[in-house]
Design a protein around this ligand. Sequence first.
Ligand code: COA
Ligand code: AMP
Length: 632
Amino acid sequence: MGRYDEVFQRSIHDPEGFWGEAAEAIHWYKKWDRVLDDSNRPFYRWFAGGELNTCYNALARHVEGGRADQVALIYDSPVTGTIRKFTYKELLDQVSRFAGALKGLGVGKGDTVIIYMPMVPQAAMAMLACARLGAIHSVVFGGFAPHELAIRIDDAKPKVIVSASCGIEVKKIIEYKSMLNKAIELAEHKPKACVILQRPQAKAEMISGRDFDWDELTAKAEPAACIPVKASDPLYILYTSGTTGKPKGIVRDNGGHAVALRWSLENIYDTKPGEVYWAASDVGWVVGHSYIVYGPLLTGCTTILYEGKPVGTPAPGAFWRVISEHDVKTLFTAPTAFRAIKRDDPQGEFLKKYDLSRFKYLFLAGERLDPDTYHWAHNLLHKPVIDHWWQTETGWPITANCVGIEPFPIKPGSSTKPVPGFDVQILDSNGAVLGPTQEGLVVVKLPLPPGTLPTLWQADERFLQSYMKIFPGYYFTSDGGFRDEDGYVYIMGRVDDVINVAGHRLSTGEMEEILAQHADVAECAVFAVHDSLKGQVPLGLAVLKAGARKDDAQLKKELVQMIREKIGPIACFNEATVVGRLPKTRSGKILRGTMRKIADGEPYTIPSTIDDPAILGEIEEALKKVGYAHKK
Ligand code: COA
Ligand code: AMP
């Protein structure tokens, strides 16, 4: 038995022994009573009875342990021309002061705080400051429109919102503060206070009595101490797209999260204390939570917070510059970023300018890694290019090539093997376990390992319905896939209405709910079509109400604008067209999957349940008019 098999088998057959040992790497104020409390299945609780503080483990512990002068965080911002390094001591000082500022605004254990910020170090500081106080943060990605922020404000009911005057998208200034004002106007719940980081690129007007300046407030705040919390207390809520307009509030606990992330850095990413880890993502996504902020800091690594893009800030060599300038050992990003670099620098000319000799691994996730991108990256870098699969729900990888345990040969198209702790199975739609090479629904046998979602924020029943009741005894991932004869897992894509645009998770169901509000739309369907850069982009088809007289171009403009306004530019919804009718099953279900195949020019079979097969021809014609449905 190889090393990986040994570790994996132990994690499944003796989870308490396995994770109990891993938990020794974390500082506890009080040790747990039970490693795994399974008395209320499927609501499992890890390290029940234990008490810790995540911020203490991420900062003060390293300062006390000899890393005070090691760089903890490098803020690299080509869009503002800034590189700023914070040692563990400096970061601890800033975080405890900001925690003091939040405390002064009445934030304490169990309170919620929304963080709506661009990629500035203060975003990470705000997260850690909440953790320090035992408050629960909820970071909302800056590309979301006020309407989306308002939905999250009403669900999380924050006491305080932390934001900034603006973000910078390549050269565009995005005024966060005006979007925040609008969101608060739209929301029913009103925060008690907002803390605003004033950036020189655009100063925001402050509302007296509600808005506080980050710098002023922090300057006069007393540093706040760490508050011990229960292992099962929430550290954060992160909203992610479900199949409807109401996002799911994924809850992350303190104890399991700290243990799992600390373990993952060395065992999955082969990255040790003192080494430099860079996740080129955004703090608004789970990757940013786990691998810009918590994972590297819990491990005593140096993390990089990059405010820029893979291309255009200023060139497709941006990633190579950051890697060589900061001695990055491990880079984690989305395949889209590499497709963008490939598009702008297909021969990899920019790479020649930089020394990447200390760079060891490229990890990719967030969407399927297509073999073309894999081969391009591998041939260019001559380093392991590792696909790994995970979800906001799990918080860390479900399948990966665990190079810190035992590296496996790479098979392009596969995210390698289940990570220890995740008992991955493939089921058919009736719940029967499928054998090798048989494609089906991917599930994880319960219990899930530490660090994964214990529930949804104040929505236990939705948690059960969405993940636990479909196949009792298993967590349903909503992804389809298979395993090969060697146990390698292949993830083929979502089986629900969630799509992936440039590694960003979006709900077509939500888009349909928005488009249906247009006065001329009788019904509509949104599905994902292939995009050579972003992997997928949404496309809308609308059936007009009788008597509606909008011309196609005008209607498209209005529908595109509706999605930009309600969800945000990040939805990349740029194409919509009118059709006479939509193909449905006899029971009325819209055949989105079949339309996607037609749009992408893929072969498809006419579903036996279809109401009227002739509609498919009409759809094909309509899609051809907007540049789709050309056979491959
Ligand atoms: N705040 C405000 N707006 C944002 C934003 C943010 N944080 N991030 C993106 N947007 C806006 C963009 O300005 C753009 O708006 P526009 O339509 O008005 O031009 C829109 O959202 C789409 O942005 P994006 O998806 O970034 O597309 P792009 O064409 O500008 O760039 C890539 C393409 C590939 C360079 C970019 O998608 C990218 O860097 N992808 C990597 C993805 C990633 O890191 N995913 C994280 C998961 S691990
Ligand atoms: P998110 O919650 O935003 O991380 O999105 C999770 C979804 O992204 C998964 O359910 C998958 O559909 C997709 N995904 C993430 N990583 C991969 C991967 N390596 N391969 C294929 N799909 C992936």
